[in-house]
Ligand binder design. Structure first.
Ligand code: HMG
Ligand code: MG
Length: 299
């Protein structure tokens, strides 16, 4: 078995994590979180999203946060931008990468972004054109890649169709989102195999939520196939307000532990990451959900 030598980790805690908090997290905490993550070696940080503040009030301070971060030159600070309004605001605030997000489930698409998947792809066209003109790289998500909170099972062919469209529209990386964390390794493998028939594996990423504790197992299945980009969230923060019951992403420190034990480079500093996970969990008034963060804290 040959594993990739190194993986790219996209830290989504400040966005996917904090979007799901019931109480508004102060902008100063968000900024400190992003800065601590950079210090812990994160090189790709999804910092916030420029979406409707009515839909996601938790990130209504996107511009303020994006503007205030003390930047590390080697770090990419990205943001979700569902439309041109969001794209322009993200550019004004200094985002250096954007991400659009579509769903393999029609019902989820309507609940999350108030339009069909087809309409969302049309809406992304001017965003992706503008990003190209501005020389800004665009990533894309396909949500509900392993199941939908409203429709249940989702066929790999449905995921492939949406992923292929986004790739052909110019997105350089397609993150396959197990939004509600129902995936198991074999299902993850079959879904990735189907998508990889149309899109090179090096342009695909795994975004596994950990609702049933399967996220690390899913990463392992994908890693064995040669996938080398994974999204994760420090402290296991997160979920999606439009995906009832979904837990956070795979904790970044769990992912780092898994990779460290497998001899795969991440560039992350595990002790600093664990400190960051325990710090943000404490600020949010709880213990880190990640066992790695809890176990290493006691050492
Ligand atoms: P809409 O209501 O259809 O659009 O929303 P609209 O254009 O009619 O706008 C409605 C209002 O929102 C207007 O304000 C706009 O100005 C405002 P009003 O005039 O009523 O006061 N608005 C905006 N404000 C700020 N920034 C913007 C923006 N756009 C419109 N960019 C829209 C459509 C997509 C905007 C909305 O449904 C929305 O913002 N949805 C966001 C949902 C979201 O962020 N969900 C969580 C992220 S997805 C996720 O977590 C999954 C992922 O992690 C992968 C996985 O796990 O699978 C990525
Ligand atoms: Mg997510």
């Amino acid at each position: 078995m040959t594993l990739p030598k190194a993986v790219k980790i996209v830290e989504v805690g400040p966005r996917d994590g904090l979007q799901n908090e019931s109480a508004f997290v102060a902008s100063s905490i968000k900024i400190e979180l992003i800065e601590r993550l950079a210090t812990a070696g994160c090189r790709h940080i999804e910092a916030t999203s420029f979406v409707s503040p009515r839909k996601i009030p938790q990130l209504a301070d996107a511009a303020e946060v994006m503007r205030a971060i003390r930047r590390a030159p080697e770090v990419t600070y990205s943001a979700l931008t569902p439309n041109l309004k969001g794209f322009e605001a993200a550019m004004d605030a200094g985002a250096n990468e954007i991400a659009v997000f579509a769903a393999a489930s029609e019902t989820f698409s309507r609940k999350n972004i108030n339009c069909s998947t087809e309409e969302s792809l049309t809406r992304f066209e001017p965003v992706l054109d503008a990003a190209k003109r501005a020389g800004v790289r665009a990533r894309a998500y396909v949500s509900c890649a392993l199941g939908c909170p409203y429709e249940g099972e989702i066929a790999p062919a449905a995921v492939t169709r949406v992923a292929e469209r986004l790739f052909n529209q110019g997105c350089y990386e397609i993150s396959l989102g197990d939004t509600i964390g129902v995936g198991t390794p074999l299902a993850a493998k079959r879904m990735i195999e189907a998508v990889a028939e149309k899109i090179p594996l090096e342009n695909l990423a795994g975004h596994f939520h950990d609702t049933y504790g399967m996220a690390a197992a899913n990463v392992w299945a994908a890693l064995e196939m040669g996938m080398a980009v994974f999204d994760s969230s420090v402290g296991g923060l997160g979920g999606c307000p439009y995906a009832p019951g979904a837990a956070g992403n795979l904790a970044t420190e769990d992912l780092a532990w898994l990779m460290q034990g497998s001899g795969v480079e991440t560039g992350l500093d595990l002790p600093k990451l664990v400190d960051c996970a325990n710090w943000i969990s404490g600020v949010l008034g709880r213990e880190a959900v990640s066992r790695v963060a809890r176990a290493l804290k006691k050492l």
